[in-house]
Design a protein. Structure first.
Length: 332
């Protein structure tokens, strides 16, 4: 507004400054619901935690009503569903309303919880399938892992062709782990026709995408003196910056749910710290072929765990310095 006596406060039926101060009129009530829905949608999309969405609902009664509109709930990002296992029962109504609004993240997270935590494999797979139909990359990759491992059934349920198809679709949508998994499948001929050259190309593309996505966020910045430009230094000598990333809220829920303990002592959990998946039957996950100590649900988790620390603890690698020392001493 230009001034208190401007055209916004004309006397021909419009509210005056005196009536506005007394609370007789509120310009907020004149805003159409469509404009507020767009504003709320923008706020929800930028939410970084559930508290951000709750803060929007607590602004006023009108925001509370419009914030639960299906148009707004369908746009809620994954971080809005980052709840802890102890608060799942209280947040179940919110999950249900978002799923009813067609939110793909709600479908995926509810599917992962039902499949791996509540062991309701049929319902969990169907919820993830609803997200996969809408081209949700993480849901497609999770379903491919389920098909590769035969999760939720006996070993004969493995469907390598379907798993490779789902993995290809997830890789096409830009999922780095799916691209790496597809590369290993092509190199080994696992579910697809063997093509070593194309598989190695996909593996190289996965590493390059990982590097491009992390070099600006994972590498520390050091500022020179006299306000000179910033420089980047590598972390731990890692070539492609493979460090534990901010995993999906579904994976964080699984990690918090089990917290290192599985419901059955015979079942193993994935050794990658950012995964959280647990076997649905005995000997479902594959072990490290070198040390036979760590277990992985997929090649993507194995590659990440290798680069962030397993390469320093794998037993065969630890034996090399001992052999070299004995050779120098003349014992070998």
């Amino acid at each position: 507004m230009r001034s208190r006596r401007g055209f916004l406060y004309a006397s021909n039926g419009a509210p005056t400054t005196t009536s506005r101060k007394r609370g007789r009129f509120n310009f907020f009530d004149l805003l159409p619901d469509d404009i507020l829905l767009l504003i709320l949608m923008k706020l929800v999309v930028s939410a970084e935690c559930p508290a951000d969405f709750i803060a929007v609902l607590l602004v006023c009664k009108r925001f509370n009503c419009l914030g639960l509109n299906p148009f707004v709930l369908s746009k809620a990002p994954a971080e809005t569903f980052a709840v802890k296992p102890g608060l799942l029962s209280a947040a179940d109504w919110f999950f249900q309303r978002c799923a009813g609004a067609g939110n793909v993240e709600a479908f995926y997270i509810m599917g992962m919880i039902q499949f791996y935590c509540f062991h309701n494999h049929k319902l969990g797979a169907s919820l993830m399938a609803k997200a996969a139909i809408q081209s949700h990359a993480s849901a497609l990759y999770s379903l491919s892992i389920i098909r590769f491992n035969g999760s939720g059934g006996i070993d004969a349920v493995k469907d390598l062709i379907t798993g490779a198809t789902l993995c290809t679709r997830a890789a096409f949508l830009g999922h780095v782990d799916a691209l790496r998994e597809l590369g290993h499948c092509l190199v080994d001929g696992y579910g697809v026709i063997k093509n070593v050259a194309e598989g190695e190309l996909y593996l190289m593309q996965a590493n390059l995408q990982e590097l491009a996505a992390r070099q600006s966020t994972q590498l520390p910045r050091l500022r020179r003196r006299n306000n000179q430009p910033q420089i980047f230094l590598p972390v731990g000598g890692l070539t492609f910056g493979f460090t534990p990333q901010n995993c999906h809220p579904a994976n964080r829920f699984l990690i918090s749910c089990y917290n290192g303990l599985t419901p059955d002592p015979m079942l193993r959990s994935c050794s990658y710290v950012g995964c959280g998946r647990v076997e649905t039957r005995v000997h479902e996950f594959r072990r490290c072929s070198a040390c036979s100590v760590t277990n992985y649900c997929s090649r993507g988790c194995q590659a990440r765990d290798w680069m962030i620390g397993h390469r320093l603890h794998c037993i065969p690698l630890l034996m090399f310095p001992i052999i070299n020392a004995d050779a120098d001493a003349g014992n070998i």
